[in-house]
Write a protein that binds this ligand. Structure first.
Ligand SMILES: C[S@@+](CC[C@H](N)C(=O)[O-])C[C@H]1O[C@@H](n2cnc3c(N)ncnc32)[C@H](O)[C@@H]1O
Length: 210
């Protein structure tokens, strides 16, 4: 993907999704499943939901999901996957450029999985807004890449903060939040030639007091 100042971020991501019928694996993110499967289902918000695999998985676990992305191409595709999985009535797909607008409401789970972009993404601001959307007793889960894959150049405009840096940038009020997980995990991902390679992700899971 190349950046081009004449294209909006929405157009850039739409073009990225149009490159193929399926960009991501179609499986829910490993970190989401690991960190959420023991939570009691309630209202969930998925930020940068892409093709919707996480939102569909959450809906199948009994969550009522609001899922949002800047790409209408991705959202349309995601809605199709939800219909195929018979959970269309459990997911509200919303278009937002999260730097400019944010879904209404409060949630028992707010999840941001690999919310990275080569576009103009005010990630820290968005994640602070995400924390403010967590209901009392609810969880904020932020999963990101710890480094660029070996087959890609580093992108100087894309920040890949550590969990400590993410936590500091959230500016959570003292005593109101508990850190449940702050860790790096390795995962196997195939490179573009189909060879398995190891990627490192990081996960920050914080819970707002009741
Ligand atoms: C790296 S992908 C991750 C997709 C999905 N969460 C996953 O794990 O498969 C980043 C997603 O963020 C979305 N995105 C980028 N900038 C955005 C913005 N400003 N507002 C909302 N979504 C955005 C992209 O369209 C893309 O679907």
């Amino acid at each position: 993907m190349t950046t081009d100042s004449t294209r909006t971020d929405a157009e850039m991501w739409d073009d990225r999704y149009r490159e193929s019928d399926r960009i991501w694996s179609g499986n829910p993110n490993v970190a989401l499943v690991r960190e959420v499967e023991d939570l009691k289902p309630g209202r969930a918000l998925d930020l940068g939901c892409g093709e919707g695999a996480d939102a569909v998985w959450l809906a199948r676990q009994g969550w009522r999901v609001t899922a949002t992305d800047i790409s209408r191409v991705a959202l349309e595709r995601a809605a199709g996957h939800a219909a195929d999985a018979d959970v269309a009535d459990r997911v509200d797909w919303q278009w937002h450029d999260l730097g400019a607008s944010f879904p209404e409401g409060e949630y028992d789970l707010v999840s941001a999985q690999f919310l990275h972009s080569m576009g103009d993404l005010p990630r820290e601001e968005i994640l602070r807004r995400a924390a403010s959307a967590v209901a009392p007793g609810g969880v904020l889960l932020i999963v990101g890449h710890a480094g660029f894959p070996s087959w890609e150049h580093e992108h100087p405009d894309v920040e890949l903060p550590t969990t400590d840096e993410v936590l500091a940038s959230l500016e959570l009020p003292e005593g109101e939040w508990e850190v449940l997980v702050s860790a790096e995990h390795e995962r196997i991902q195939n490179d573009p030639d189909g060879n398995p390679t190891t990627r490192t992700d990081n996960a920050l899971k914080v819970r707002r007091a009741d």
